[in-house]
Each structure stands twice: as structure tokens, then as C-alpha cells.
Design a protein around this ligand. Structure first.
Ligand SMILES: [Zn+2]
Length: 302
């Protein structure tokens, strides 16, 4: 049996919110089987926002969730680390609306999860296995998922910048490959955009400590990988796809996409119930007739 997993013990850290610049306390706590990943705002009476597409908020520069007007922002790097480490069930406590940006990558979250330890639970895990392609495009931005025996991501980016004309990478995502190849890749921004963000009250906590900044012809800080940019896009896509609410088995292929398209696609996957099956222990299960509590209600009518 491929068991569900949670943390062995609670663990905490402190960081700053990228956009607010405020100090944030983050705690990760073990949770029961089938609980899923849920954010809990300790500054809002412990109100919970489950990490599913059902609670998607307005997506611009980062991925946000909200339920009954209580929001949680910049969730994608933490979600990417949790699902890649196989953590199905966890409570993420925050005393502010924003997940701390840490160093702009998922590496500090991997460290936290490793420090807490991961344990198997007495219930099997359910995978969403893609059996027919699903695709979505918006202008020149494209994303699709194809049947595959593993969870794989191919990402390509192209920007009007000498360092970023074209980068592409394909990787089978496992705990090991994610830790080595993807988790350390930091978020990036263009120097010309920083001023605009600040004027709009965004990126107030942003600095060379938590983002790669691209000037006219080069980067202002040292890169961790030559193709750190496309690796970070893979990190973002894995985190956004986590909002499906189940580990996905398929080959995700994205070109010039971003959080808005990733998350719209995560919702589309759940809607396209004829394009996937739930599997457990490698054997196929029928699509459930009632919606799982963590997934959108529209599945129920499919
Ligand atoms: Zn990111």
C-alpha cells in the first residue's frame, strides 16, 4: 500500500512576507489521514482555508487562496515542497495572510519538513492518474498534461531578455530530484518591474536575499543554476498543481505559463473527469459518485 503521510512532529519558523514586508510565524503540524493540506490563520481565530482549487483567489504575481474573505497568499513554494516530499496531511499555521518568502525558493521548506520528519499513516493514498490529454492555452501561453507512468514536468520559458530568450527542462519529479534540482531555484523578477511593484505596494519585503533580479543585460546576484529560471517555473507549477488536492500521475507540459494559467488548469483537470481515474496501489478505482470533501462540488454531478 502507498500510505498517506504526515509530519512526525510540529515545526516552526519565522520569515517575512514578500509583498507586505511583515514578519510572519509559520508552523507546520501533523494532521489525520484524509485531512489534506490546510492553512490556518491563527490571527483570524484559527479560520481554515484548505489548499484546493475550490478556494482559489485572484491570481496575479503569486498564488493566493481565500474562503469567506479570509485569505492566504504566496502559497506555491510551500505547497511545492510539501507535495514533493509526499506530505498529504498537514496544518499550516500562519499569523498573517502571507506565507513567508524565505530565500525565494522551496529549499528552506524542505529543510523544515526534513527536520520535522515524515511518517506513514494507516490509510492508502489516492492518486489522480491522467488517461487522456487535457490542454489549455491563453494567447501564447500553453499548458497540457498527458498520460505517463510517472509525474513529470516539461517547462519552457522565453522572455524579451538576453539571458532568458529560451530555457527548457524536463524532469521526473521524485523526492530526490525535487530536492536536488528544483527546490533551491529562486523566484525571479526584472529590475524594471521592481519600481512598478513598489509603487503598487507590492514586493515591499523583496530584496536580493529572496529573489534573483534581472537587470538590462545580466543578473544582480549570483545564480544557483545556469537555468535557475526555468527550474523555478517547474517549482511554481508543481506547487500550483498541488491545488488539485491529489498527487497527479501524468506528464505536465507548460510553455510561458504562470500562476494564473497553472491554477486555471488545476481546476480544469478536476472538471475533466473522463480524462483521469483515481488509482491506489496501482489499481484503478472508479470515479467517486460523491465529491471528496476537499474537492470542488462540481465533481459530484459528473
Ligand atoms: Zn515562485
Amino acid at each position: 500500500m502507498d500510505a498517506q503521510r504526515t509530519l512526525r512532529r510540529p515545526i516552526s519558523c519565522v520569515g517575512i512576507g514578500l509583498h507586505s514586508g511583515n514578519k510572519v510565524n509559520l508552523s507546520l503540524k501533523p494532521a489525520a489521514p484524509d485531512h489534506g493540506i490546510r492553512f490556518r490563520r491563527t490571527d483570524m481565530g484559527g479560520f481554515e482555508v484548505p489548499a484546493t482549487v475550490h478556494n482559489l483567489a485572484d491570481i496575479q504575481l503569486a498564488t493566493g487562496l481565500s474562503r469567506d474573505q479570509v485569505s492566504v497568499e504566496t502559497v506555491e513554494h510551500l505547497l511545492s515542497a510539501l507535495v514533493s516530499m509526499g506530505v498529504d496531511n498537514v496544518v499550516v499555521e500562519l499569523n498573517s495572510p502571507e506565507v513567508p518568502i524565505m530565500d525565494g525558493s522551496a529549499a528552506p521548506f524542505i529543510y523544515l519538513i526534513q527536520e520535522a520528519g515524515v511518517k506513514r499513516q494507516a490509510k492508502s493514498r489516492k492518486f489522480l492518474k491522467i488517461i487522456r490529454p487535457i490542454a489549455l492555452s491563453r494567447g501564447d501561453k500553453r499548458i497540457a498534461i498527458y498520460p505517463s507512468d510517472h509525474f513529470k514536468v516539461t517547462y519552457s520559458v522565453s522572455y524579451d531578455h538576453p539571458l532568458l530568450r529560451h530555457q527548457s527542462r524536463t524532469l521526473r519529479i521524485t523526492e530526490e530530484s525535487f530536492i536536488e534540482e528544483i527546490a533551491p531555484a529562486r523566484t525571479f523578477t526584472f529590475l524594471k518591474d521592481v519600481e512598478m511593484l513598489r509603487q503598487n505596494g507590492l514586493a515591499l519585503g523583496g530584496s536580493l536575499e529572496n529573489a534573483v533580479v534581472l537587470g538590462e543585460t545580466g543578473v544582480l546576484n549570483a545564480l544557483r543554476f545556469e537555468d535557475e529560471f526555468v527550474r523555478h517555473k517547474i517549482l511554481d507549477a508543481v506547487g500550483d498543481l498541488a491545488l488539485v488536492g491529489y498527487p497527479v500521475i501524468g506528464h505536465l507540459v507548460a510553455h510561458r505559463a504562470g500562476h494564473a494559467l497553472h491554477t486555471e488548469f488545476a481546476a480544469k483537470i478536476l472538471e475533466e473527469t473522463s480524462a483521469w481515474r483515481f488509482v491506489e496501489d496501482g489499481s484503478e478505482l472508479p470515479v467517486p459518485s460523491a465529491a471528496p470533501s476537499a474537492a470542488p462540488a462540481k465533481i459530484a454531478s459528473a
